[in-house]
Design a protein around this ligand. Structure first.
Ligand code: THU
Length: 131
């Protein structure tokens, strides 16, 4: 499990206020660290048409791909929830596309609580398109 640099925590905490969550009131931020070392942040972006809302992890993965990276080294998911919120099923699949089963997923909150998993633990047997 790689060391979680404090700047990643700060990044996630600082961006939590940018989450657009007027409907649920539940703010989430995510930092995707690519194998290149670059860091990509995402927050949840809700919509009046509720199903169009996007999770923080999916926004962060989109930013990573936009930035030219394709391999995830680690994901930090931050919220005010206690225990810390874990990624939803859809986000587990989205992360799996660019991760390996041992990729660390760290879930934290403002109280300093932390849960650590690998994506393989959170989503065993992820869907892969094998032709
Ligand atoms: N949410 C995320 O951003 N990530 C997750 O993994 C689970 C849920 C967001 C979606 C919605 O805006 C709010 O949290 C409440 O479900």
């Amino acid at each position: 499990m790689p060391k979680l640099h404090s700047d990643i925590r700060i990044l996630a905490t600082e961006h939590l206020q940018n989450a657009y969550a007027p409907y649920s009131g539940f703010r989430v931020s995510a930092v995707v660290v690519a194998k290149s070392g670059r860091e990509y942040v995402g927050v949840n972006v809700e919509n009046a048409a509720y199903p169009l809302s996007r999770c923080a992890e999916q926004v962060a993965v989109g930013a990573m791909v936009t930035g030219g990276d394709r391999e995830i080294a680690m994901v930090l998911i931050h919220s005010t929830s206690s225990p810390p919120a874990t990624p939803c099923g859809a986000c587990r699949q989205v992360i799996s596309e660019f991760a390996t089963p041992d990729t660390p997923i760290i879930c934290s909150n403002d109280a300093g609580e932390e849960l650590r998993f690998t994506i393989g633990e959170l989503l065993p047997a992820a869907f892969k398109l094998n032709e």
